[in-house]
Design a protein around this ligand. Structure first.
Ligand SMILES: Nc1ncnc2c1ncn2[C@@H]1O[C@H](COP(=O)(O)OP(=O)(O)OP(=O)(O)O)[C@@H](O)[C@H]1O
Ligand SMILES: [Mg+2]
Length: 240
């Protein structure tokens, strides 16, 4: 399955969630590939401490093969396609959006063939932009990760209507919610997702053990007993 992860505002926790979800799913025996499609602000390589040579951007620009941009994480069946920062969006690298889509699918099909991947996870750039919409268009399911900030919530309306237009099934996850107000928040987010008509995966509370990693470590590896990881396991069960 191809799963894309989006947000309206930046910093809602997409990269952290995807990285830790990838570790969790690989530990459960799934073969996972994470693709960093956030070419304007890539972050997956930092989380996994990848010293890359070639990236998604090089592949899209036609200077290397799919196998040159795939990095295995430890001895897990977890493969990462990092990106490097680039001022263009993915579509602008091509003459037409169709060519961009075909090149992305060429990469996915090649990795799927070589590594027998079960699930691809696309880390997308925040906001409404062409790279993110391309990933949403390719994906089987788009997960919108929001905070309870009103700017995020309003943007989530827009993102969910984009998914609707593209015919991609969307679901919603709230992150960084205040831990002392979990009950009230659960009610609010449940009402919101009903209004929006999209499936709610749940909400994950702000957890200091995640915040204090400063995106340098994966809590699923360094402290899997933390509250964030417990919540992540529950969300992962609902995701498939
Ligand atoms: N549940 C949480 N509790 C506490 N801190 C969190 C939580 N989720 C993520 N963070 C922290 O929030 C910060 C932003 O997270 P992250 O980089 O994953 O967001 P992002 O949505 O990928 O950002 P961008 O849109 O800029 O790519 C990081 O420092 C991360 O450690
Ligand atoms: Mg990110």
């Amino acid at each position: 399955m191809l799963l894309s992860f989006h947000s309206y505002k930046g910093g809602t926790g997409k990269t952290t969630f995807i990285g830790n979800l990838g570790v969790l799913l690989a530990e459960r025996g799934e073969r996972i590939c994470i693709v960093d499609t956030d070419v304007s602000g890539p972050g997956i390589h930092s989380l996994f401490n990848i010293k890359y040579k070639m990236t998604l951007v090089d592949f899209l620009q036609g200077t290397c093969r799919p196998s040159d941009v795939v990095y295995r994480h430890r001895d897990h069946e977890l493969y990462i396609v990092p990106s490097k920062a680039c001022e263009e969006d993915i579509i602008t690298m091509f003459d037409t959006p169709t060519q961009a889509r075909e090149k992305m699918l060429e990469l996915i099909n090649s990795i799927h063939h070589d590594m027998s991947i079960d699930h691809f996870l696309f880390d997308c750039s925040p906001g409404i932009n062409r790279s993110s919409l391309l990933a949403m268009n390719i994906a089987d399911r788009a997960t919108i990760i929001s905070t309870i900030d009103v700017q995020d919530i309003r943007g989530t309306y827009i993102l969910s209507s984009m998914a609707d237009k593209l015919g991609t099934r969307a679901c919603l996850l709230f992150n960084r919610t205040p831990p002392d107000k979990q009950k009230e928040i659960d009610e609010v987010v449940s009402d919101f997702s009903k209004k929006l008509g999209i499936r709610l995966l749940g909400s994950m509370a702000f957890d200091n053990s995640v915040a204090s990693t400063w995106s340098r470590k994966l809590v699923m590896e360094e402290g899997p007993e933390c509250n964030y990881c417990l919540q992540l396991k529950g969300i992962a069960d609902k995701l498939f």
